[in-house]
Design a protein around this ligand. Sequence first.
Ligand SMILES: Cc1cc2nc3c(=O)[nH]c(=O)nc-3n(C[C@H](O)[C@H](O)[C@H](O)COP(=O)(O)OP(=O)(O)OC[C@H]3O[C@@H](n4cnc5c(N)ncnc54)[C@H](O)[C@@H]3O)c2cc1C
Length: 425
Amino acid sequence: MTEHVNSYYAASANQHAPYPTLTEQLECDVCVIGAGYTGLSSALHLVEKGYSVVVLEAARVGFGASGRNGGQIVNSYSRDIDTIEANCPPDQARLLGSMLFEGGQIIRDRIQRYNIQCDLQEGGVFAAETARQLHELKAQQARWQKWGNDKLELLDGDGIREVVASDRYVGGLLDKSGGHIHPLNLALGEAEAIRMQGGRIFEQSAVTSITPGQPALVKTAKGAVKARFVVVAGNAYLGNLVPELAGKSMPCGTQVVATEVLGEERARSLLPQNYCLEDCNYLLDYYRTSGDHRLLYGGGVVYGARDPADIERLIIPKMLKTFPQLADVKVEYTWTGNFLLTLSRLPQFGRIGPNIYYMQGYSGHGVTCTHLAGKLLSEVLSGQAERFDAFAKLPHYPFPGGRLFRIPFTAAGAAWYTLRDRLGV
Ligand SMILES: Cc1cc2nc3c(=O)[nH]c(=O)nc-3n(C[C@H](O)[C@H](O)[C@H](O)COP(=O)(O)OP(=O)(O)OC[C@H]3O[C@@H](n4cnc5c(N)ncnc54)[C@H](O)[C@@H]3O)c2cc1C
């Protein structure tokens, strides 16, 4: 597994003691595999409800995408509700629509309730480079308003230049209920909250096998856990532990750089209101400033999640296209992380047998939906399956080309969408 190589987040993480490695045989109500947001949110909701929970993490808390991402609290799912409304029965679409903005509220609730220091800033912007993208943002505004988001503002050319000092954009959509956080510190704070409520977390404890049964048996190299329920939350880092999950999704890498400290004045000259921003391209750029006034700029996708040789070469041209005024600025940190793509770009939730659950495949936007996933998991284990099942009923498709050809096939599809973005059609 790739380490947090030169990650700004690892370098600026809040002080925390490591969790032990599992070296014994334990019993519990729920064994959670993976300490990213999906696993942590599940575990925290469960311990709050009184379940005994063991979390097993192969590396460290927040080692995966949850400790490496752009930190953007983006509402909705990676495909918006119009796709769901067009393809799902009305009752299912209604339930999924009613949850569009819940993940962001859960994050804010966690930060407040457990006093998590993770640099929360309110407000996120979707920026349009073409008239077609702006037209789509207007339609998105109407959809989100219909589902109860009254914190949206459409920005014209002048409006977007007030929130970002770049001439790349023709307009945008400001979502004041979006925002940004230091993602690793959020994960570490949630882990600490689980520990405080009696949950047990083990790091360097990769799960090597899951034997179904009542209870199920989850094994690591040095220990084992018998659990009434198992939650598989390894997402893009799960490998082949559960072969039926590996076949219907594809790990993808995306890269981020952090500049040297710019100072508050220069940081605010780029993003005056300190909103985070992502563009509307199929392969999108996303950026924001950090608590210590660096620019964090991400973008690019590597299908199959191989590590790109030179992150700076990939990302710095994108950053300078947006902010040519940063030509003199040094990049101090570069890192990569893996997210899990599904063919529909909608998340995959479900069951393997009666007591093994999984949630994965957020397809690039997962900060909010992972938090929602954990809440829904705690609902389904307490006998309320309706909201979990609204997700579980979404179809899960295998990638065309199978495991051998899915990477070139998907890259060809992405090239087509990128061309459309460039042509503005
Ligand atoms: C660089 C990057 C930028 C992103 N930016 C954004 C953004 O700005 N906004 C947004 O909404 N989304 C963003 N995303 C997506 C988002 O970060 C993810 O969707 C989300 O964090 C997934 O959380 P997770 O808990 O499901 O998976 P992860 O955070 O990847 O956690 C999975 C964990 O499971 C562990 N694991 C795997 N296998 C085993 C095993 N066998 N035994 C034990 N543990 C195991 C791994 O070590 C890992 O810690 C980004 C993703 C990346 C990579």
